[in-house]
Design a protein around this ligand. Structure first.
Ligand code: ZN
Length: 248
């Protein structure tokens, strides 16, 4: 499978990146994981306006889902549309949240999306075997393990250190992990990881490669985060950027 980063800015868009969005594709299927603000732009640049065959939203914080509301226009009012409902795997509140974000009174987005409520477990999406589990974040949030043809990608979503994250990442070929906080700062508990904590999780889970994401624009330090992660994890690691693509 191939991972393409469409957006990786943590919490709010940065000058160089939209918020979280990752396209994971095989030869004939494209799964969009998270759809944060601005990533509808890079979806067109790096894949195509109608590229996704399905969407998975790990949680309903704005920076991970708002462009799924923007995308309603694209599907519903296309000159060659409307397009058929697109499968969306998300926490149970997604239909109401997206309808509210879309902003028309008494509106629904269920003509555009076919919703499936996430629960901890393993299920197929297209050719992928998907395992999700609740991670440690203030709202219902799912870490994701994607398997295809014997290869494994784990995505942390947003989380503080937790056992579920280690289970999901166990022996993954690629671990796409958030590193929102700076090590040594006075960080709120049970919310996010530091670079050092991302590195520790990567080492404990024995992953093949660590991709750091969700660094917060303006407040973060890439050099600081990489140094802290490298001190905890000896394998290959880097900070991702929009447009970066990885064969897994
Ligand atoms: Zn979040």
């Amino acid at each position: 499978m191939r991972l393409t980063v469409l957006g990786c800015a943590g919490s709010f868009p940065g000058p160089e990146s939209p918020c979280s969005a990752y396209l994971v594709e095989t030869e004939d299927f494209r799964l969009l994981v998270d759809f944060g603000p601005g990533s509808l732009s890079t979806l067109q640049r790096y894949a195509g306006l109608h590229a996704p065959d399905a969407i998975l939203l790990t949680h309903l914080h704005c920076d991970h889902m708002l462009d799924a509301a923007t995308y309603v226009v694209v599907r519903r009012y296309a000159p060659d549309g409307p397009y058929p409902p697109l499968p969306v795997y998300a926490p149970a509140g997604a239909p109401d949240r997206l309808a509210a974000a879309y902003g028309q009174e008494d509106s629904t987005v269920e003509d555009v999306y076919q919703f499936y409520s996430l629960q901890p477990g393993t299920f197929p999406i297209g050719p992928f075997t998907v395992t999700v589990d609740r991670v440690l974040h203030p709202v219902e949030t799912y870490g994701v393990r994607l398997e295809h043809a014997g290869r494994v990608l784990c995505y942390s979503s947003d989380t503080a250190p937790c056992e579920a994250l280690l289970r999901l990442a166990q022996n993954a070929d690629v671990f796409l992990c958030e590193a929102s906080y700076l090590d040594g700062a006075d960080n709120p508990p049970d919310l996010h990881l530091t670079g050092g904590e991302a590195g520790e999780a990567a080492a404990k889970a024995n992953v093949g490669r660590l991709l750091l994401t969700h660094l917060v624009p303006a407040w973060g330090s890439e050099a600081h985060t990489v140094a802290a992660a490298s001190a905890a994890y000896a394998g290959p690691l880097e900070v991702v950027r929009p447009g970066a693509s990885y064969e897994i």
